[in-house]
Design a protein around this ligand. Structure first.
Ligand code: 0RQ
Length: 497
């Protein structure tokens, strides 16, 4: 154990997860490590949920994380009824259900905002930070595990810190992190990253020793799921995306090795990155948030030289692969706090190409990434807004239909808007590509309907649009604009009977 916990004075802070969980009181704000779902604490939240269920205390906490976390945290605490307020992003089913029935107050935030909001005191005080680490150094510095998320800001601003030292993660992860914390305005300086490969900070997190109230041992792996195999629709979208990028190179608007790439989460995003492996692009770089299995494929195929992100979100197989070749991957992957991986300043400077997935898009190019039928929260905006607004080229992909064709992903008006037409430049479905750059709203509508809509909905959308043509700058019939959603909720399909 002294290999993982090198600061001798900390050895007497080792306690059971249940003892550490007893430090958590009703109404506290608990901020944890963890990002999509990598590097989150597991033992203490499980013990807390067990304690709440056993004691029936009705204890509730506000839970802040980096992004989504695993079942041991969001799932256990949601099922124990222990989450009062949750931010900034989640993907766990029980947590989502409780958000959607109004039991959990959810604050869906841009990921780059969270550390600042904590630092500035906008979210009140953080009582306890629970951080997963792979080790603690002789000086008492924390070596984080598979993600960085908001961990540095949480550690600095929390009143107390609990560290879960997870021996399951390889200790060779040490050295992969690059930890830089911006000062508060008016003293903030430019973030000195001019290339995705730049290292600008420390490989550890400093913490005042008297803040560390408990150290808990763990060996539970991150619960990252494997992706399903890539279907025909996703493959077609990936092909359309590659074709678009090739054309941009041909037109001289992108260099041959493109610009740093960001890719979102989910099965579609995974397929899109997978498509790059088979493309002829090489010497690529990644400046993104989530480093998924497909990034290992890109590194292995020699396509990617450097990948910067905030988490190492690898499936069990991907983690095995990573561990077997850790030295090579370590030289090509950098993990940063999410306020740096998602920093608008850095994204704009590097000229990142953002590629995110939409739930639905409207004919004028507004994008809904979060709320199904305008009212059911899916996951959250995550980093898609940080990247889209600041990208060199912002791209959204979506299959043209959902739920076996009963929903058109292109609708007259989005039922919730996360990314406005001002930020969205390219829409890609399996049908084709709509390039919205430099187009007026009417021209955008034509490009989207002609290129991206499924044949079952094309005439319906044309009819909707043609009725409004030339009426105003952006034309809608307010009685019809959301009628497609309403029809689906009433009849189970957006199609005309
Ligand atoms: O429903 O779960 O019941 O099957 O939405 O859709 O097709 O499985 O897509 O896994 O790629 O996720 C936008 C949610 C896509 C994700 C989203 C239904 C569909 C299915 C999921 P089921 P798929 P994916 C980086 C950037 C926001 C955050 C982000 C996401 C379910 O990419 O959360 O981009 N993005 N962050 O059937 C009704 C429609 C629908 C629909 C799909 N039009 N109407 N239901 N669905 N389209 C990462 C981070 O920031 C951390």
């Amino acid at each position: 154990m002294t290999e993982r916990i090198q600061k001798k004075e900390y050895l007497n802070k080792i306690m059971t997860a249940m003892e550490a969980a007893s430090l958590i009181k009703d109404g506290m704000t608990i901020a944890t490590s963890g990002f999509t779902p990598a590097g989150y604490p597991k033992e203490v939240p499980k013990a807390l949920a067990e304690r709440i269920k056993r004691e029936g205390t009705g204890l509730k906490i506000n839970l802040f994380t980096g992004a989504s976390v695993g079942d041991e945290l969001d799932g256990e605490l949601a099922r124990a009824g222990a989450i009062k307020r949750r931010l900034p992003y989640q993907t766990q089913k029980d947590c989502r259900d409780k958000i959607n029935c109004g039991e959990i107050d959810y604050i869906d935030m841009h990921l780059s905002h969270v550390s600042d909001f904590v630092r500035y005191g906008f979210l009140g005080k953080v009582d306890i930070a629970i951080i997963e680490a792979i080790a603690i150094t002789e000086e008492g510095y924390i070596i984080p595990s598979t993600s960085l998320g908001n961990t540095p800001a949480f550690v600095e601003n929390a009143e107390a810190v609990i560290i879960e030292v997870n021996t399951r993660h390889p200790k060779e992860l040490q050295g992969m992190h690059d930890i830089y914390q911006p000062l508060k305005p008016p003293n903030r300086k430019p973030i000195p990253i001019i290339s995705p490969k730049d290292r600008i900070g420390d490989t550890f997190i400093k913490v005042k020793p008297d803040k560390v109230k408990a150290i808990v041992l763990s060996d539970i792996p991150d619960s990252v799921k494997s992706f399903p195999s890539i279907d025909e629709t996703s493959q077609q979208m990936a092909d359309n995306l590659i074709g678009f990028l090739e054309n941009e190179v041909k037109k001289g608007r992108l260099p041959e090795n493109l610009l740093p790439l960001q890719s979102g989460v989910g099965s579609v995003a995974n397929a899109v990155l997978g498509g790059l492996v088979k493309s002829k692009f090489c010497n690529l770089s990644i400046y993104s948030e989530v480093i998924q299995d497909s990034v290992l494929d890109l590194i292995d195929s020699g396509k990617v030289n450097i990948a910067s992100g905030s988490s190492l979100t690898l499936s069990p197989k991907g983690m095995e692969r990573f561990c077997n070749n850790i030295k090579e991957y370590k030289s090509k992957i950098i993990l940063r706090p999410q306020e740096i991986s998602n920093s608008p300043e850095v994204i704009r400077r590097l000229g990142v190409i953002s590629m995110n997935t939409a739930i639905e898009v409207d004919i004028y190019g507004n994008v809904n990434s979060t709320n199904i039928m305008g009212t059911k929260m899916m996951n959250g905006i995550g980093g898609s807004g940080d990247f889209t607004r600041n990208a060199f080229i912002s791209i959204f992909t979506t299959p043209s239909t959902a739920k076996a064709g009963s929903i058109s992903s292109i609708v007259p008006l989005v039922s919730h808007c996360d990314h406005t037409e001002h930020d969205v430049q390219i829409i890609i479905t399996e049908q084709g590509v709509a390039d919205l750059r430099g187009l007026s709203p009417k021209e955008k509508a034509k490009a989207i309907i002609d290129n991206c809509v499924h044949s079952s909905y094309k005439d319906m959308l044309r009819e909707y649009f043609n009725k409004q043509m030339n009426k105003c700058h952006i034309s809608h019939r307010l009685d019809e604009a959301l009628s497609w959603h309403y029809k689906f909720l009433q009849t189970g399909t957006m199609k005309n009977s």
